[in-house]
Design a protein around this ligand. Structure first.
Ligand code: XCC
Ligand code: SF4
Length: 636
């Protein structure tokens, strides 16, 4: 018997989403939740990672239950099949972040060579710092020359750096020794991804554990390579984030202005849209079309990039992308790549919304394609904004519903900003950790997944953790959830335990700090390295953890794995498709602990997950000889 469709209250935690789900039904728009129900029950073999289509002797399904079909045609068993699938899953995630990072690198090179006229180095100090870190003598080099020199060094990271990627040197010595010993040191970003494709071809690496270890190396090439390059160069080109106030949720859409949503991941595109939308000619054109102005708002990770650096309001996360269009108030959605549901094209067509693609890598049939290059970016951005203005008179007020009032959020906590708030050193944070005022730090990251009630696990977990005096750092789609729950505002400290509330009060910060987009999880790695170095311990010794409660994507899996391989215990709200292999599952949940000093935990209940994370943090504190509870020691 078919199950009853879930009610809107069962689908999302939030009223803005629920009201838009009702409107979607009225407007005849189907959403990701409807399609999930249509797809349920999903294939049990695929769910467990037991299908293989890597060659045309197959496809094969590995049956772990009965006597027959226990092996694929080539002889691969369940463990090998799961490991090969998982390895490719991780490589796809690492490749996605890293190819995004490459676009920033090319932009930096373009600035250095004068072929990217609309871009500039907005944080020359950071550029110089990175140059020095990468062994470049900056004496006598102007900004352009520094940009070229740094780009050359990092280009080599993509190919074959050889022994180790440049930023691997940021990791604590003890961590690097573990990577050396286990053959996990990433040698080249593209190299590790390509090697994973090679290893998982039929008849290459047939040892499931060996494939999993290479998966960890591939993930490390993402975290300490592609993602870190993406973050650092985005700061150089567009400014290093500083704490600032902004707004979030669907209420940031305007009834009276031209609404432009930027969606995807790369600030190389969205920064240009923002720049074009601010030009006086564009404003005049918008007024001539009957609008009061132009409102740019963000979705998903590009939304995080724009929020962090420019205070651009954040309209929603992954599961809000369709619903944002259902407001009927969006003139244009302009996308670059990743996490852009193909369903957005037909949904745009239900309204007056222009769907604009910008990258040759990410073409969508039915879209208006304006190909952005480093040479033409601002020009193309103007064309795009003009299309949005043109669409404004076609907006049908009878079909517009903007379902919420915006909430206030504080953003911009780059490591530079966190250190600055602490007076230039990590000492004040460390002191708070030492006296138990802040028991630990947890990064809550990643996506939404319609299998989990939208934002419920993200918010539930964050609330439980801050009650335990655990400071939360947030990135990516998790950000909007925290914002809507009031946790990105200093007043959110009221929901925290006494110690954390005190600490937040001292610094005037919220209990959940927004540190950026998903590539910016590399900021968390770097912060952990700084804290570990200050205490002269390994990252695995720190009272820290990570969590991707509502994750869905290959990229999120890569993030989880690089966190674990960096020594950070990582919680997932639902497992990857590995349960068909006892060997791989056991490695993920336990075995990695022996290799990297950290492993995964899977738990779909917020309170239980918080308890498990809290226990792990307690154990780390005790091992460091720290009190587990805030004993009221004076913090000054
Ligand atoms: Fe995508 Fe990055 Fe996940 Fe959001 S959090 S759904 S990966 S946009 Ni990165
Ligand atoms: Fe089947 Fe082996 Fe080919 Fe995979 S690689 S499809 S298990 S024969």
């Amino acid at each position: 018997m078919a199950k009853e469709p879930k009610s809107v209250e069962e689908r999302s935690l939030w009223e803005d989403a629920q009201r838009m789900l009702e409107k979607a039904a009225r407007d005849g728009v189907t959403t990701v939740w409807d399609r999930l129900e249509e797809q349920t029950p999903q294939c049990a073999f695929c769910d467990q990672g037991l299908t293989c289509n890597k060659c045309v002797m197959g496809p094969c399904r590995i049956n772990t239950k009965g006597p027959k079909r226990r092996l694929g045609v080539c002889g691969a068993d369940a463990d090998l099949t799961v490991a090969r699938n998982f390895g490719r899953f991780i490589a796809a995630g690492a490749a996605s972040h890293s190819d995004h990072g490459r676009d920033l690198l090319e932009a930096l090179h373009g600035v250095g060579t004068g072929t990217a006229p609309a871009y500039a180095v907005r944080d020359p100090q950071k550029l110089a710092r990175l140059c020095v870190e990468c062994g470049i003598d900056v004496a006598g080099l102007d900004t352009a020359a520094q940009a070229r020199a740094l780009a050359e060094v990092l280009f080599a990271d993509y190919a074959m750096r050889g022994k180790a990627l440049a930023f691997v040197s940021r990791a604590p010595e003890k961590r690097r020794a573990i990577w050396e010993k286990t053959g996990s040191t990433p040698r080249g970003i593209d190299r590790e991804c390509v090697e994973m494709l090679h290893r998982t071809h039929m008849g290459v690496d047939c040892d499931p554990a060996s494939i999993c270890l290479h998966a960890a190396r591939t993930a490390l090439a993402d975290g300490w390579g592609g993602s870190m390059i993406g973050t650092e160069l985005s700061d150089v080109l567009f400014g290093t984030p500083k704490p600032a106030k902004a707004e979030a949720n669907l209420g940031v859409l305007s009834k009276t202005k031209v609404n432009i949503l930027v969606h995807g991941h790369s600030p190389v595109v969205s920064e240009m849209i923002l720049a074009a939308a601010g030009e006086p000619d564009m404003l005049a054109a918008a007024r001539a079309a009957g609008a009061e102005g132009i409102n740019v708002a963000g979705l998903c990770c590009t939304g995080n990039e724009m929020l962090m650096r420019q205070g651009v309001p954040l309209a929603g996360n992954h599961l809000m992308t369709e619903l944002a269009l259902v407001t009927g108030a969006v003139e244009m959605i302009v996308v670059d790549y990743q996490c852009v549901m193909p369903s957005l094209v037909p949904i745009s067509a239900c309204y007056h919304t222009r769907f604009v693609t910008t990258s040759d890598k990410a073409r969508f049939p039915g879209a208006t394609h304006l190909e952005f290059t480093l040479e033409n970016a601002l020009e193309k951005a103007r064309e795009a904004v003009a299309l949005a203005i043109e669409a404004f008179p076609r907006r049908d007020p009878a079909r517009v519903e903007i379902p919420a009032e915006p909430v206030s959020v504080t953003t911009g906590f780059s490591n530079e900003a966190i250190l600055e708030a602490c007076g230039g050193t990590p000492e004040p944070l460390l002191k708070a950790v030492k006296i138990g005022m802040v028991r630990g730090v947890v990064g809550i990251v990643g996506c939404n997944n319609p299998k989990i009630k939208h934002d419920s696990l993200l918010v539930g977990l964050a609330r439980e953790l801050i009650k335990q005096d655990i400071l939360v750092l947030v990135t990516g789609c998790a950000t909007v959830a925290m914002g809507k729950a009031g946790l990105l505002d200093a007043s959110g400290a009221e929901q925290a335990g006494a110690g954390l509330a005190d600490f937040c009060g001292h610094l005037g910060i919220p209990p959940v700090l927004h540190v950026g987009s998903c590539v910016d999880n590399s900021r968390i790695l770097h912060l952990c390295a700084l804290l570990a170095d200050a205490l002269d311990v390994d990252i695995a010794d720190l009272p820290v953890a990570a969590s991707a409660p509502e994750w869905y994507s290959e990229k999120a899996a890569a993030i989880g794995l690089y966190a674990v391989a960096s020594g950070i215990p990582t919680h997932l709200g639902l497992p990857p498709n590995i349960l068909g292999s006892p060997l791989v599952s056991d490695l993920a949940l336990r075995g990695l602990e022996d290799v990297y000093g950290a492993a995964f935990m899977v738990e779909s209940d917020a309170a239980k997950a918080a308890e498990a994370i809290g226990r792990s943090i307690t154990a780390k504190r005790l091992a460091l000889g720290l009190n587990d509870r805030y004993d009221g020691a004076v913090y000054s």
